[in-house]
Each structure stands twice: as structure tokens, then as C-alpha cells.
Design a protein around this ligand. Structure first.
Ligand SMILES: [Cu+2]
Length: 277
């Protein structure tokens, strides 16, 4: 036993280890290169194929989103239709100030006027006022039809009345008309507030005003245009939105006839008198 050198063949082993290592290193390198080449290597073709695969993935992702986004295409009509469909039924009431809201209010007023017309027809007309009642009812209808003008030979006195904006007052508070002659009163609501005008029998202003106040508690008050049921009302316009106007026709015997706006809170200062003489 050589105790001085217990591993006499170690240098040889080390020599072979080096060569095996080098062979393995080169072997794996060659293998990798072969695999890379087999996969296409660095050729244009390989890049094209990789690009095509990426594009395919992008297309799949796009198709997946198409259901969500295709509808909001730059096609404006399609976009509007899509938004309309998406929001259908979500806006139950039109926003005040929009034409849709104005149309809704008008429809409500027309319905109220129609209901009132039915009531008026059921009630026996007061004596001496049949003609006026008829005229008033026609004027209260949704559409102003000049059909009852034909038999009249007398030229009606035309009056235009406006509210003073923002102060709940009529511009003219003392109107004069000839007794027994037809009058056409056009009320132009140039205010931002809603107003109406009721022509009343002499001495009934406070009574009708109180009835109008009571309509605040009526859930249908707005739909009725805050026009109370009263035989003291000779004629009236519907509740007019900002910018609307309506013409009412009436003939008054000599006397002093109060007129008021019955929108809640208005009549005490929004009033005037028509003197017929
Ligand atoms: Cu008013």
C-alpha cells in the first residue's frame, strides 16, 4: 500500500472528466442548435409563422370582445340605437326642460281638458251662459279649432295678455271690453313659470282662489292644471308651460269680472279685473 499517494490514478480521472465535460457541453449545444434549426431557426419564414400565430391570438381576443364593442362602431345611427336599447325603460320620466317633458305635460293637460269637457257635458249648462260654456269648452280643448267663428259676424275684440316674468303678476290688471261683444283673449306665457288664466263671475275671486289652493292636496292637481271644478269659472286656459299660449273666447255682460292664475300660490297677486261696459 502506498500511503503517500492514496489515489495514484487521480490525474488521469481528472483528464477524462475534463474531456467528458467538454463533450457533453458541445453535445448539448449541438442538440440545441439542431432543435432550433428544426423549429425554423432564425429564418424569415419562422418569424412570419410566429407573427401569424400572434395575429391569430389577437383575432380571437377581438372576436370575444366584438359582442360588447362592435355595436359602438363609428356608425352613429347604430350607436344611437344601441344606447337607446341599452337604456330602454331606465328613464321613466322625461327630464323637465326637455321637449319630451313639455310633450308629456301637454298630454296631461289635454287629458285633463278632455275629462273636464266630459264633466261639462254631463252638467246642465247654467242659464244664459250656454253660448259661453260652449265657447269655453272648445277653447279648453287640446286643439284650438276656429269652427265656431263662421256664424259670428261681429269682429271679436282681440286682447293679448302676458305675465311679468318672475314676479307672478299679469302685465295688465285692468282690462276693458265692450259689454255683449265677443272677446278673444290670447294669454302668452312668456315667463319661465307655469301660468293659466281663469275668467270668473263677479265677486267670486276669493271663493275660486280658495278652491285652487285646496287643489294643492289633490294628487291630480297638476294634471287638472290647478283648475278647480266651479260654476263660477266663465272660461279659462289650460295651465300653460313656459312659451305656450292659448286663446280663449268669451262674451261678457256689463260688470266687473275678476281674472286670476290658479297655479298654487299665484292667485293672490296674479290677478286682475275685466270691466265690461
Ligand atoms: Cu301663475
Amino acid at each position: 500500500m502506498n500511503l503517500e499517494n492514496r489515489n495514484p490514478d487521480a490525474p488521469l480521472k481528472a483528464f477524462f472528466s475534463f474531456w467528458w465535460g467538454l463533450a457533453a457541453f458541445i453535445g448539448f449545444g449541438v442538440l440545441g442548435l439542431l432543435a432550433f434549426t428544426a423549429a425554423g431557426g432564425a429564418s424569415d419564414k419562422a418569424y412570419e409563422r410566429a407573427a401569424a400565430e400572434r395575429q391569430k391570438k389577437i383575432d380571437v381576443a377581438r372576436e370575444g370582445q366584438a359582442a360588447e364593442f362592435a355595436k359602438i362602431a363609428p356608425d352613429l345611427d347604430a350607436s344611437v340605437a344601441f344606447v337607446a336599447a341599452a337604456t330602454e325603460g331606465k328613464t321613466e320620466k322625461p327630464v323637465p326642460g326637455t321637449p319630451a317633458h313639455a310633450a308629456m305635460m301637454e298630454a296631461q293637460m289635454a287629458a285633463a281638458a278632455a275629462a273636464e269637457k266630459t264633466n261639462a257635458d254631463e252638467k246642465p249648462a247654467a242659464e244664459g251662459e250656454k253660448k259661453e260654456e260652449g265657447t269655453a269648452t272648445a277653447a279648453a280643448g287640446a286643439k284650438e279649432e276656429p269652427k265656431d267663428e263662421a256664424p259670428k259676424e261681429e269682429e271679436a275684440l282681440k286682447i293679448v295678455l302676458e305675465p311679468i316674468p318672475n314676479v307672478m303678476k299679469f302685465k295688465d290688471t285692468a282690462l276693458e271690453v265692450p259689454a255683449g261683444k265677443p272677446v278673444e283673449l290670447t294669454f302668452k306665457n312668456i315667463d319661465v313659470l307655469m301660468h293659466n288664466i281663469l275668467v270668473l263671475k263677479p265677486g267670486t275671486r276669493d271663493k275660486v282662489g280658495a278652491l285652487a289652493d285646496a287643489m294643492l292636496a289633490d294628487p291630480q292637481g297638476m294634471a287638472k292644471g290647478y283648475i278647480p271644478q266651479s260654476e263660477d269659472i266663465i272660461t279659462h286656459t289650460k295651465l300653460l308651460m313656459s312659451g305656450q299660449s292659448e286663446t280663449i273666447k268669451f262674451t261678457l255682460e256689463a260688470g266687473e269680472y275678476p281674472f286670476i292664475c290658479t297655479f298654487p300660490g299665484h292667485w293672490r297677486i296674479m290677478q286682475g279685473t275685466i270691466t265690461a261696459k
